[in-house]
Write a new protein. Sequence first.
Length: 259
Amino acid sequence: MTSIPEPVAEQPAQPPDAVNAAPPAHLLRVLEWRTGLEYLAALRAAQRIADWPRGDGHPVLVLPGFLAGPGSTQLLRNVLRRLDYRVYDWGLGYNMGYRASMTETLPARLHHIRKRADGRRVSLIGWSAGGIYARELARAFPDDVRSVITLGSPFRGNHQASTAWKVWQLVNRGADATEAVSEQALLHRARPLSVPTTCIYSKTDGIVAWQCCTSVPAPETENVEVHSSHLGYGHNVETLSVIADRLAQPEDCWRPFQR
């Protein structure tokens, strides 16, 4: 059986150029079909996944990507439940892009989950655009967040370096949407967080430019490369292994990802 390449944690002195990043090439967009194979591989790896590090029962909130809903993160959430985490969907249905109401609904969801978990801090996992929202939620409420993991989330650089950009424009109109992609907002989103953060990206991502999914260096921030399609992050075995490793760290004892 072919072995899965080891994920690589990188802490470069200079982050990749995200400002001049371009959308993925046509071949990479075509190769997004492999998400189905990644899903099947995850199902076949169930026994191996069961042997991964167990969690400590802390709550984990999962946010889906643009145009995706709870079904897209079902396998990811099931895996984390089997690893002994208390896992929650974001509770907002399909992710249709930026909505002003998120400034109230997402904090309410976070605080509700923390209350149900007896005050334990919540880890946030955001897929694509969901990772952008997860980062800003952690930025606004760092005392409530244990860690943040983003999966192919383009939070830095050229926000148009995505094959989904035109669709996002079609369904996100008005002053609020315009402000969400203003120069000031983009610079704000690119700033590292004060909580432990793992930015997972793939150079074979066929939807967003991988450079935009990486962070500038910070004390508890890391960029980890995996080999995954964009549509497969949440059920790619390699990505799942990184997520399991990161979540299993003792609270307040963050360390960089190792092979």
